[in-house]
Design a protein around this ligand. Structure first.
Ligand code: ADQ
Length: 448
């Protein structure tokens, strides 16, 4: 069996690495004697020239460190101040500096150099996400001929957004060296085809096959899932002491996101404000728990979103709080998965309202965590990749606070029978298309 080599920006470390991606890839890695390669998380002035081994997982793990300059230019810079905003439809939030692109290329070339002694004939390489677009080109330049695939976890930008990059043609040239491009949703495959048509040298051979810069590249849709079975179990077994105490008869609404401007958190807060203004009966009856640990705080746009959301939450709490009730609990901390699962289960409404999102796993986790006898209602943005599959959710436009406020009221009052019907349909999809299904489908396609 051919070895699987996974490369991602971050290597899952710790003695028992967990997370959906690890669960999905563990079997394929273990049974093929495979390797996972990624950044150690250590920023050092003088990093090793070779990959470092991390024993303790059921598969081999090899890491690299980054210099402060590389971390700044490759990770914070080109990846998260240029590609991330462009892929999420916010090119105005880009910061373009020539050294970002240089750093991005430098780090991808260095990763290819370090990988080379570890590759053997017959391997398959599976690259994860936007940090590593040039990696296939760098490996090919070093003589690597094995199948190399990419899975993009975030949306693929349409032509207008792509064109805002300083180097759109170069981006397509990088992508042309992969054998298979995997996207989250049909929307992304469509955006890829259209952007390539306008900005690159491309011929579309079939719905999923392209000649890009003279090379044949397949592209297809593989919606990612969660480790559904274990999530269902964790939610069922969640300890009572980790539940939120609510006023008698009150219901909870939950949002769980990294504090990112793509997640639509301020829009959610404004909609809740409108709901309480228009429907004063709901004061003290509906409590909103927003869990949002800050990320990428060195990037300015992330400092801005933190300030904006804190300011809004403070204002809404000042406007509506009573002596016994605070409308928004806003927590900037990660929670262990079992606690999160219990909180989802307690919540009558799950709010997933990104302005743009590759998939959004919180939508799937929320559904998996519900009690099927008395399930909550998922409110889902039409701009999450998940909306293509999860059509039984209340689908909303997150830009329109009135639409969202109305969905909140509808979810709060939805009869049990309708909640059960919608939940059963959603759960079926989350079980069928779990993360193991996703990795098997992708690897099967890469092997073809
Ligand atoms: P993210 O943007 O990180 O992922 P998402 O899919 O929602 O977005 O995944 C977040 C994960 O982090 C979930 O599993 C969630 O439970 C967890 N999480 C969030 N806040 C947490 C907290 N406070 N405590 C503990 N855990 C927390 C990117 C793309 C997505 C895509 C995924 C997977 O942006 O669109 O779905 O990759 O492909």
């Amino acid at each position: 069996m051919s070895r699987l080599i996974v490369v991602s920006n971050r290597l899952p470390l710790g003695d028992n690495p967990s997370g959906g991606l690890v669960v999905a890839l563990e079997d394929a890695l273990r049974s093929s004697g495979g390797v996972w390669i990624g950044f150690s998380g250590e920023v050092k002035d003088d990093p090793d020239e070779q990959l470092q081994d991390h024993p303790g997982a059921p598969f081999q793990r090899l890491s690299f460190d980054l210099t402060p300059q590389d971390h700044h230019d490759y990770y914070l810079g080109y990846s998260n101040s240029m590609l991330w905003p462009v892929c999420h439809g916010r090119p105005n939030l880009m910061r373009i500096l020539p050294e970002y692109l240089e750093g991005y290329k430098r780090v991808n070339a260095r990763i290819a150099d370090m990988m080379l002694p570890h590759l053997r004939e017959g391997d398959r390489v599976w690259v994860q996400d936007y940090h590593l677009f040039p990696l296939a080109a760098e490996l090919r330049a070093r003589g690597v001929t094995c199948p190399i695939g990419l899975f993009l976890h975030i949306p693929f930008p349409g032509p207008a957004d792509c064109a805002a990059l300083p180097n759109p043609a170069e981006m397509f040239e990088w992508l042309s060296h992969f054998d298979l491009l995997g996207f989250q949703a049909h929307r992304d495959l469509g955006a890829f085809a259209e952007s390539a048509r306008q900005l690159a040298e491309v011929e579309q051979l079939s719905e999923t096959c392209f000649r890009l810069s003279g090379r044949e590249v397949r592209a297809d849709v593989f919606p990612i899932g969660i480790d559904t079975a274990s999530f269902i179990e964790e939610a069922r077994d969640a300890p009572d002491e980790d539940r939120v105490r609510l006023l008698t008869g009150a219901k909870m609404m939950i949002g769980v996101d990294r504090l990112d401007y793509s997640k639509g958190i301020p829009q959610r807060f404004r909609a809740y404000q409108i709901l309480l203004e228009q429907d004063p009966d709901l004061v003290e009856c509906i409590s909103f728990l927003q869990i949002a640990p800050p990320t990428r705080e060195a990037v300015e746009a992330y400092q801005d979103i933190r300030e904006e959301t804190e300011h809004l939450a403070g204002r809404i709490n000042g406007q509506f709080s009573t002596l016994n009730w605070t409308p928004i609990r806003f927590i900037h901390r990660p929670f262990p998965r079992p606690v999160l699962a219990g909180l989802y289960r307690q919540a009558r409404i799950g709010l997933v309202t990104p302005l743009a999102d590759g998939m959004n796993l919180v939508a799937k986790e929320y559904v998996a965590a519900q009690d099927p006898e008395d399930p909550g209602v998922l409110i889902l943005s039409r701009f999450a990749g998940a909306a293509e599959e999860m059509t039984e959710a209340l689908i909303i436009n997150p830009h329109d606070p009135h639409d969202l406020a109305q969905a909140m009221a509808e979810a709060f009052r939805m009869p049990l029978e309708e909640r059960r019907r919608r939940h059963a349909a959603l759960l079926k999809g989350v079980i069928e298309h779990d993360v193991a299904w996703w990795s098997a489908a992708y690897l099967d396609a890469l092997g073809r």
